[in-house]
Design a protein around this ligand. Structure first.
Ligand SMILES: NC(=O)c1ccc[n+]([C@@H]2O[C@H](COP(=O)([O-])OP(=O)(O)OC[C@H]3O[C@@H](n4cnc5c(N)ncnc54)[C@H](OP(=O)(O)O)[C@@H]3O)[C@@H](O)[C@H]2O)c1
Length: 345
């Protein structure tokens, strides 16, 4: 009998990680996978073990030795927990290095970054003209080290270049949609994303839709199930044909299927609030600096919601990724977000 492929997931109870794990559990080859996940909630770990056949190991990101060991024991790593934790990525990379040294194999890391690595400081004032393609390695190399997520991404590329792991980096854009897969239904995974729910919550709190500056800057978006599908397309291709799939600098994947202006999101939030009788005026107004600090943790994070990120996910499409939901679907997803946040502040 052939050995099962050992797979380790971080962030399995999260919005993106949950969608990825749910998709992995539905994979046609699932019976040949031995899936382990690091989980910090004992009840969620119990459900994953008993109902989903996942070896859920209790632990936190602060337990570096445990993470290093778990990575070392697995051949494929889906790192979906945190795009910015240096100590965590160091432990993951150490585990990969150990595995390579011990077994002489080339383990696979599918790391999660974010398209926010391209964010500028437009503050909602204008759409930028520069559009990145993940096939344009020269353009990718020029992203400054000070960019969001960047230093962690560079560590991952460095590991790939040192030759002890094959590394792929997925850069989700605005991920949207209230997730509905089996792990959400079981109460294990987070059903909600970050950006749109943040704008919705801020708008509900101030009683009127808000926008950063004029909202003229642009971002791409991707539906949660299309994003999970991209992870699978990358995974399947790397498993089937490891030598033919790019990695390192040739392994960046922007996850997007269409663009929007921030104002489009805020207009939809305002319209949904109006229809749900949560505001008397559907038209958004600009957040004040005080509001940016209040609703986005700190001022700079607030301005981030007025940045430009313009990118094309050409590499995933070359591998066969075919996202289905478009910008119209993203805008249509906003009313359910408003209704949900209005119920559950
Ligand atoms: N959502 C987006 O639109 C988007 C777009 C681009 C990039 N990203 C990046 O992708 C990453 C995942 O995002 P997400 O939306 O999936 O976030 P999320 O729903 O908050 O998931 C985070 C996951 O990490 C786990 N976690 C956090 N701290 C932990 C710790 N100390 N020990 C053990 N587990 C811990 C959480 O466990 P618990 O369930 O126990 O909390 C959860 O499983 C983030 O770095 C984010 O910046 C997200």
């Amino acid at each position: 009998m052939s050995q099962k492929t050992p797979i380790f997931c971080t962030g399995a109870t999260g919005y993106i990680g949950g969608a990825v794990l749910a998709r992995l559990l539905n994979h046609p080859n699932r019976d040949n996978f031995q899936i382990t996940a690091l989980v910090r909630n004992p009840e969620k770990a119990r459900i994953l073990n008993t109902r989903f056949g996942v070896n859920a190991v209790l632990g936190s990101h602060h337990e570096r030795d445990k993470i290093e060991r778990l990575v070392e024991d697995n051949h494929v790593i889906f790192h979906v927990a945190d795009a910015d934790d240096h100590e965590l990525i160091k432990a993951v990379l150490k585990g990969l290095k150990n595995r390579h040294a011990k077994l002489g194999v080339m383990p696979i890391l599918i790391h999660t970054s974010g398209a926010g690595v391209l964010a500028d400081n437009a503050r909602g004032e204008y759409p930028s003209k520069t559009i990145y393609s993940d096939l344009d390695v020269r353009q990718l190399k020029d992203i400054p080290e000070t960019a969001f997520h960047r230093t962690v991404d560079l560590r991952v590329v460095d590991a790939d270049e040192r030759g002890y792991a094959r590394c792929q980096i997925i850069l989700p854009s605005t991920v949207y949609g209230i997730a509905k897969h089996a792990l959400v239904e079981a109460g294990v995974a987070n059903p909600r994303s970050i950006q749109i729910p943040t704008i919705v919550r801020a708008s509900l709190s101030r009683g009127r839709a808000g926008v950063v500056g004029k909202g003229l800057s642009m971002w791409p978006s991707v539906h949660t199930t299309d994003l999970a599908e991209l992870y699978m397309v990358v995974f399947d291709n790397v498993m089937e044909n490891p030598n033919k799939v790019g990695h390192g600098w040739q392994g960046f994947y922007f996850a997007e299927n269409g663009e929007h202006r921030w104002l489009d999101i805020s207009n939809s939030v305002g319209q949904a609030m109006f229809e749900l009788q949560l505001t008397e005026n559907p038209e958004p107004t600009s957040f004040t600096v005080e509001e940016l600090k209040k609703y986005f943790e700190y001022e700079e994070m607030g301005w981030y919601f007025g940045s430009n990120v313009r990118a094309r996910g050409d590499r995933g499409r070359e591998l066969g990724w075919a996202p289905k939901r478009t910008t119209q679907d993203m805008l249509a997803s906003i009313k359910p977000e408003v209704a949900m946040s209005a119920k559950k502040p």
